[in-house]
Design a protein around this ligand. Structure first.
Ligand code: ZN
Length: 63
């Protein structure tokens, strides 16, 4: 006999197991330059600005 589980995991058991897997929303702050939400203490991914200066070149600029 191959080592296989005897019973299929029920949907209820599957849900119980996944009860700890909820993705938590990380803290986001609005960018003062373009008002997109971004991570704090990081350059803005949409406009590339950090502390009022352009620090990263962004490919698609939405202005
Ligand atoms: Zn921005």
């Amino acid at each position: 006999m191959p080592p296989l589980p005897k019973r299929k995991t029920s949907h209820a058991r599957q849900g119980e197991r996944r009860s700890h897997l909820e993705a938590k929303t990380s803290a986001m702050v609005p960018c003062p330059q373009c008002h997109e939400m971004r991570l704090p203490h990081r350059a803005c991914p949409s406009c590339g600005y950090y502390r009022g200066k352009k620090v990263v070149e962004t490919t698609a600029e939405s202005k």
